[in-house]
Design a protein. Structure first.
Lengths: 275, 347
């Protein structure tokens, strides 16, 4: 993978694609995020690690709009996005893959990918226009056909030609994980949030997932934020690592530097999964 | 094809009464279609169809009585009013989830029943809406039972076509996704709230058209036509029809409406019989698959050579020797294939 200029520790605000400033989240006094500062440069691959309960998934939830921060703010491409709804944030270009499988099992594989191209349905106006349009004009039917064609092409290019009209629920775990990644990329996002993309897959499969992610990144040039427990795997893929502990950033830097940081080692003692 | 057959029905059915009943069946089918898109596709248990239907009927009726508007215009205004009612209902219940939809829509129907029953200036109160002029389009008057039949059929076809286009559109697909997993759907840029509101508006539109249809066919409505019992009945039609099948809902509504009129002498047992129908349809669903469509698929499967388990434990069909070829077929199967061990004598 082509290495970027990593001499800077943190890009200046002006050139960041995503910028979290003092982001706090608490639930009835329990603090999940205690003021996180973090930014991602366009095209960067940022890895986020930390022990269980350190706030990794909370951070993803804040960026993708599922949690509303109780303090601080998030800026994406120069626009404040904290307080927006998940569907609006997706429409702006931040896609997310959940830690657990979240395919629509009763929809076919094609439909699962097709439905991800409907980002104009994030607002009531878009939904109303598309609904009335579908009943009255032909344009909406053409759009649906086009979306389906795109989905079919995407799936065929990625080895799912034989499974297009299978119900997603009947595929294997690994296949469903792959489709979920394809679905997130169906309408190419600017920033892709991956929450433990290798959870539940074998080590060999994890290698494949890593290769696919690298390939997709090269193809689409999208920026990545990856939360992961397999440190070795992540250190190969990420260009920069942020370490969370108890809702705060405790270290940040190049993978090889972070790996040898004494504070990180302390935080991970007993829990480190050494690949 | 089915439509062509239905177009010729009045020529062969001599009984005006049957045609009259069927025209009611078409109108109820229009309402059941609204349940299919709201409950079957998005998962909103919509017990407010009676209310939206009532809004359509009263508004269209008042337009014809007080403003002497032509029937078609009155029908469109009635449908628009009911659509707005649906949108409002959908929007006020935005924060409601799952089973609370039942409560909200039931409560709205109960409250609106009281409103219909007491707002004399608009609804005629307990006396009902009197003096509705004969519906006419141009110089054509809807007076015979055959006319009513075609009017009802026309309504159901219009609403069916609109809803079928909707359910196969991108929004229809998104609605199914929202129904399956709302959190994931949001993550793909789909607003569940917007879809719910729009679908309730569409259900209202269809119900409003049905309301306009009923004032033309019945010439009279009162609040009892729009009570909770009726919502329940429409819900039942949709469930018996398979809940996600528009055509199934139409067939179920017409058949059940017809059957109901055949048992009017047993009016006290009507609920009992409805309960029986629901039980029966549940059994059909459980044993034969998903609604009417599942029934068809299973029949097709039954037409193929069936593997009969000839082991002594299988209950033999009375008086029927098991064909020898069937036994051979079993023997030819590789041992790891699942064998049908249960016979279904009632099929």
């Amino acid at each position: 993978m082509a290495m970027m200029d990593l001499s800077r520790d943190r890009p200046a605000t002006g050139e960041a694609l995503l910028d979290c400033r003092d982001v706090q989240v608490s639930f009835d006094g329990v603090i999940a995020l205690a003021g996180i500062d973090l930014s991602i440069a366009p095209g960067e691959v940022l890895g986020v690690i930390g022990p269980n309960g350190s706030g990794k998934t909370s951070l993803v939830n804040v960026i993708s709009g599922y949690y509303r921060p109780t303090g601080g703010g998030v800026t994406f491409a120069g626009q404040r996005i904290d307080g927006l709804r998940p569907q609006q944030i997706r429409a702006l270009g931040i896609a997310r893959v959940f830690q657990n499988l979240r395919l629509f099992d009763n929809l076919t594989v094609v439909e699962n990918v097709e439905v991800a191209m409907a980002v104009d349905l994030a607002r009531t106006r878009g939904v109303a226009q598309a609904s009335v349009g579908a009943m009255v004009w032909r344009r909406q039917r053409r759009l649906r056909r086009e979306a389906r064609l795109k989905a079919v092409r995407l799936l065929e290019d990625n080895g799912f030609a034989g499974h297009l009209d299978t119900k997603a629920g009947s595929l294997s775990y690994g296949q469903r994980k792959e489709i979920e990644l394809l679905r997130a990329l169906a309408d190419p996002p600017q920033l892709l949030l991956l929450d433990e993309p290798t959870s539940g897959v074998s080590r060999a499969e994890a290698e494949q997932v890593g290769e696919r992610i690298a390939l997709w990144r090269e193809r689409t040039g999208c920026t990545l934020l990856i939360v992961e427990h397999r440190l070795g795997w992540l250190f190969d893929l990420a260009e920069r690592i942020v370490v969370l502990n108890s809702g705060s950033v405790i270290a940040e830097g190049l993978p090889e530097v972070v790996a040898n940081d004494p504070e990180v080692r302390t935080a991970y003692v007993g829990t480190r999964d050494d690949h | 094809m089915a439509l062509v057959v239905l177009l010729f029905v009045p020529l062969f059915v001599g009984s005006g009464y049957v045609l009259h009943v069927l025209s009611f069946g078409w109108i109820y089918a229009t309402l059941a279609l609204g349940v299919v898109i709201s409950y079957g596709f998005v998962g909103i248990p919509n017990m407010s169809q009676a209310t939206l239907y009532g809004i359509g009927a009263y508004v269209a009726g008042d337009m014809m009585i007080h403003f002497a508007l032509p029937f078609l215009l009155a029908a469109v205004i009635g449908a628009a009013a009911a659509a707005i009612g649906g949108l409002i209902l959908g929007a006020t219940a935005l924060r409601v989830k799952g089973n609370y939809w039942w409560l909200i829509t039931i409560a709205v129907t109960q409250v609106m029943f009281v409103v219909f029953n007491s707002w004399t200036a608009v609804t005629g109160g307990e006396n009902g809406l009197l003096g509705i002029p004969i519906a006419r389009i141009g110089s054509f008057q809807f007076i015979s039972n055959a006319n009513f039949y075609y009017l009802g059929l026309g309504l159901v076809v219009i609403v069916y076509v609109l809803y079928a286009r909707f359910t196969t559109s991108r929004v229809g697909l998104a609605a199914r996704a929202v129904h399956a997993d709302e959190t994931a759907a949001r993550g793909l840029g789909i607003s569940p709230g917007a879809i719910r509101v729009v679908v309730m508006g569409l259900a209202g539109f269809g119900a409003g058209l049905a309301g306009a249809g009923i004032i033309a066919v019945a010439g009279f409505v009162d609040a009892n036509s729009f009570n909770l019992d009726f919502s329940f009945q429409v819900m039942l039609f949709a469930i018996v029809g398979g809940l996600t099948s528009l055509r199934g809902a139409i067939v179920a509504s017409v058949v059940l409406t017809y059957l109901t009129t055949q048992i009017t002498s047993l009016v006290n047992y009507q609920l009992f019989i409805f309960g029986g129908v629901v039980l029966l349809s549940l059994l059909v669903r459980l044993y034969l698959g998903q609604g009417r469509r599942g029934f068809r698929v299973n029949r097709r499967a039954a037409a193929m050579p069936e593997v009969v388990d000839t082991s002594p434990s299988a209950p033999a069909l009375i008086g029927e020797p098991v064909p020898a070829e069937a036994g051979v077929l079993v023997d030819q199967l590789p041992p790891d294939l699942p064998r049908k061990s249960r016979t279904r004598p009632w099929r």
